[in-house]
Design a protein around this ligand. Structure first.
Ligand code: BEZ
Length: 249
């Protein structure tokens, strides 16, 4: 997996703690059991891995960001720096869990193959990530700002938001039996879209000068504000989650 976005655990904590706070239903779908061995793929700083370990399961937590891995280790987790498309595990885990990560992986089939290989026979894969239509307003605004500013270069979209049909196809082609798959619109309160862009879209503008990055943020913010901001409610992001449970055949 190529990684261009920069992850600061502190920044993430301050502006994006909703990512793990809203994921408890996915942990419920995982339904971890004492004694199980579970891989948390894209563990971030490890909040959900800790939640999973409350069941008595043992978690191996992996993330591409060294900063996140350090934070996860500081919480006492068995954490390692690793890419979803280079998992070295073979028949090791009762379950693979992943929250808010797999939309960053363009090589979806490679990730699913590695997840399948990491699981024991009949092991389960439970995940949630951005699906078709996720952040449509924001992605549209980013495209518009790049159109307005040819000097910014070409917008390279780092995200892959798949439909139910596409992802079911990938899962089945890689040897999974799908138990559950659904696209769930989930408008999500955030503090400000400018902070969201700083945390999640910094890779898109990393080649620009500081003043161009400021302009990019201001213009995207202005474009999305009519749809994503209300005086009475504040900001929300137009998240759509793809939630999945599948079993190794
Ligand atoms: C998401 O969780 O849906 C997401 C996060 C960062 C960038 C794009 C999407």
């Amino acid at each position: 997996m190529k990684e261009t976005n920069q992850w600061s655990a502190d920044h993430y904590n301050k502006h994006a703690s909703f990512v793990s706070d809203l994921a408890l239903p996915v942990v419920e779908l995982l339904d971890p059991v004492e004694g199980e061995k579970i891989l948390d793929l894209g563990c971030g700083e490890g909040k959900l891995a800790i939640e999973i370990e409350r069941s008595g399961a043992k978690v191996c937590a992996v993330d591409l960001s060294e900063d996140m891995v350090e934070k996860a280790r500081a919480r006492g987790l068995d954490a390692h720096r690793m890419s979803a498309t280079e998992l070295p595990f073979i028949n090791e885990f009762d379950a693979v869990f992943s929250n808010a990560v797999l939309h960053w992986v363009k090589e979806s089939e490679s990730a699913v193959k590695h997840i399948h290989r990491a699981l024991k026979e009949r092991g389960r894969f439970v995940a949630e990530f951005g699906g078709e239509g996720n952040m449509r307003t924001v992605v549209g605004a980013i495209e518009e700002v790049f159109r307005r500013h040819p000097e910014f270069g070409v917008f390279k979209n780092p995200w892959y938001f798949q439909s139910v049909e596409e992802y079911r196809g990938v899962l089945e082609a890689c040897g999974f039996q799908v138990g559950y798959i659904e696209l769930i619109p989930r408008p999500t309160p955030i503090d400000d879209i400018a902070h969201w862009l700083d945390v999640f879209a910094n890779g898109i503008v990393s080649h620009l000068r500081e003043e161009e990055r400021v302009l990019f943020n201001q213009e995207v913010r202005m474009l999305v504000k009519p749809k994503l901001y209300e005086d009475s409610k504040g900001w929300h992001a137009d998240y759509v989650r793809l939630r999945v449970q599948a079993f190794k055949r």
